[in-house]
Design a protein around this ligand. Structure first.
Ligand code: PBG
Length: 332
């Protein structure tokens, strides 16, 4: 039946009608807020390229966690800025590492029980060179280096166990080494941590949109780039293979990233894989919107919610976003 019998505008006439037929919804419980934990007491340092995002000492992270819980946010994703960095990323798997301490502090407080505590598992914040794995220099030429896959996966598995032992509800490897999900699953099981789920950043592209994060997490590579382990932005089929591999290795859930420039990849993954799937609206996506808000070029509330809605519509069940608290306030 076509116009004039069919008039699609009939169901757009009032907000009540629009709400009734709305296909996709946002709710605070499907949002995860990233938190960057740093050493110290009372520390709250704003990231210059990410207004509203801070490096927080544990006491301040707890304050932010309480606010997140009160707003009904689903969970937190923890990153750490260690006291010291070295070639083996020892701060990542130290039982007393910064994130391990933060997790214990969060788990100590019953008011925070509604938050799922997700620990990002990677080495880049903890290595002196800023790469996500162990580096082998092949000569003195700066570009002649290699990120060692299996040695890195072993340290990553060790990190995951340490974070789960500290009390993380979920471990989320973001390094993109081959075989790291299998290595983590085996290591968790060997440590009697069979109940700890793995959320793998299964589809992670080498993206310019991580730029502001590297300021927030102090994790920019000191030489080279991440293109030998993160995916080429041109490759959709390869992303499906990455997901297949991670699921075969035992990933319980997958995380897709970035989000907005890769909505087609999220959509393709949704059609193909029946597992819980999140998407990460990364730092650069946040910063570019913030920059436009600051200039009055975009309407803050509408543009923020529209960007999140598009990610849900593409197929993500949940969203990691630096807008989590602001969006939860609007949705609440
Ligand atoms: C660590 C990691 C990164 C992000 C999440 N985990 C940075 C990177 O791969 O360089 C990016 C998140 C963001 O940009 O918000 N490997």
């Amino acid at each position: 039946m076509a116009y004039p019998v069919t008039r699609l505008r009939r169901l757009r006439r009032t907000e009540a009608l629009r709400s009734l037929v709305r296909e996709t919804r946002l709710h605070p419980g499907a949002l995860i807020a990233p938190i960057f934990v740093c050493p110290g007491e009372g520390a709250r340092r704003e990231i210059s390229s990410m207004p509203g995002v801070f490096n927080l000492s544990i006491d301040q992270a707890i304050v932010e966690a309480r606010e997140a819980a009160a707003l009904g946010i689903g969970g937190l994703l923890l990153f750490g800025l260690p006291e010291r960095k070295d070639e083996q990323a020892s701060g990542a798997w130290d039982a007393n590492g910064i994130v391990q301490q933060a997790i214990r502090a969060i788990k100590n407080e019953h008011a925070l029980d509604s938050l799922v505590v997700v620990a990002d598992v990677c080495l880049c914040e903890y290595t002196s060179h800023g790469h996500c794995g162990v580096v082998k220099k092949n000569s003195t030429r700066a570009e002649a280096y290699e990120i060692q896959n299996d040695a890195s996966a072993a340290l990553i598995a060790k990190t995951a166990v340490s974070l789960a032992q500290a009390g993380a509800d979920i471990v989320a490897p973001s390094d993109m080494m081959d075989g790291r999900v299998a290595a983590i699953r085996a290591a968790l099981d060997a440590a009697q941590l069979e109940p700890t789920p793995i959320l793998s950043y299964a589809s992670k592209f080498a993206s310019a949109f991580y730029g502001p994060f590297r300021e927030a997490a102090d994790s920019a590579p000191q030489f080279g780039d991440r293109r030998s382990y993160q995916m080429d932005g041109a490759n959709l089929r390869e992303a499906m293979r990455e997901i297949e591999q991670d699921l075969a290795e035992g990933a319980d859930m997958i995380l897709m990233k970035p989000a907005l420039p890769y909505l087609d990849v999220i959509h393709a993954a949704r059609a193909r894989f029946d597992v819980p799937m999140g998407a990460y609206q990364v730092s650069g996506e946040y910063s570019m919107l913030q920059a436009a808000f600051a200039r009055g070029w975009l309407d803050r509330d509408h543009a923020m919610l529209e960007s999140l809605l598009s990610i849900r519509r593409a197929g993500a069940d949940f969203i990691v976003t630096y807008f989590a608290r602001e969006a939860a306030k609007l949705l609440g």
